[in-house]
Design a binder for this molecule. Sequence first.
Ligand SMILES: [Zn+2]
Length: 481
Amino acid sequence: MRQKFFTKKRVTSLCLLAVTLAAGVVLGLLQVMPQAAFTPSDEEYPAYERMLGNVRDFSSAPHPMGTEENIAVRDMILEEITEMGLTPAVSSYTLSYEDIMRLQLSVYKQTEEQWWSENGAWVEDYYNIHSADEWWQYLYQYEGGAVALSNILVKLDSPSSDSSVMFVSHYDSVADGYGAGDDMVAVCAMLEGLRSQANNANLSNDLYFLFTDGEEDVMLGAQCFAKDNPEFISELDMIVNLDARGNSGGLLLYETSPKAGSFVDFAVRSDAPVIPFSLAFAIYEQMDNWTDFTVFLQNGGKGINLAVIGGYEYYHTHEDTFENLNKDTACDYLKAVLALSSRAAEESLLPLSNSDAAVSFPFLPVGAVVISYPAAVVISALGVALFALWLELCVWRKKVSIPAAAVLGVVSLLTIASAIFFMAENYLFSIPLVMFSLSFLLKKIKPAYVAALMVSGVVSLLLWTPVVYLLWEAMVVPMLG
Ligand SMILES: [Zn+2]
């Protein structure tokens, strides 16, 4: 029996299958990893070194809003900016306990009742607190009853245009965390982006760099900024928010304003090492995860939100230190800000609009793919047509492979259903459907058939591995924060 099972043909097939699986999974995972950091031979290496030095200095102590350590970080940021010959605008606010409560409750309103219904009994028992309102009051008490916070805004003015891009990160940390990953690395990357364009006299667009305070306390800095500048936010052509929910992995473009295909396309074309992921947008939409970007969206802003999700165990802890920060990941933040700011410095933003929906996903051979919805529908239709053609050919030859027909039949149904109901995941079915249907049509041409099957397998794994990574991280990372 055993000898019969291991025929030469079977062994060859199994080997080819193993090669396909290994190649697909390894290459698939590479897509969500950071690139290698700059080395001394790279032109940008000095910026990278300077950024790392700043991250180390700025995250030497926890620096939540309203503390001396927070003011020290702010002063260091301001010193960097003024040394570039630029004039930062600092907006300071003093929020009373009531102000903070009101702002927090306005944000938590949507989650408050649900949270209370799930945890209320336990909290009541343990803390002797009897309502959601009282619970939030208990959580957010500030000594002295007031807290001061300051946002820093820097503008680089374009002589020829009023179109504008704004980069945003927050310089406060949680009370217990050093905040190297969240969000000092983004702050320090932005400082280098600012430095790289500070003396550019031919900017094609206005560039703004906003460093917010109090993000960790329900985006208080961003909320104050939005309250003072509602028109400014809605008039910006694109906002790029940089945050983190960990300290390693690749930089995910995991959230956008609605119908932001052209923003994703802009980011991909800029060669920034960002990993666009329309499926992540769809998952993220279902979750209550707040960043400064949320505030800007609520105030009519449009753009993209970037973050890493690897190393969640360090997030908001005492371990979010410079030493524990993945340096390749840090360099990806720098590369992203340099690439996006340089693209925004060179290219008119006028073609950007928030009216085109697109599917986007990492794809190693080309980095990333952005497909408009109409094109995605065409690919789906092509896949279903090729499947039908193959099936008809099988029936005509009176030789139908039932398992293959069943699997592709199910994939066809999923392709159609996703095209109608959930476009973000459509590519996961439509592209493998096209490729495997084509492979099966080549069945009579043996070497081409085997090669096509292997390529289809690798491509499918390239598409699916990042999804598994994302779902895995999403399960590990409780997105409610
Ligand atoms: Zn953060």
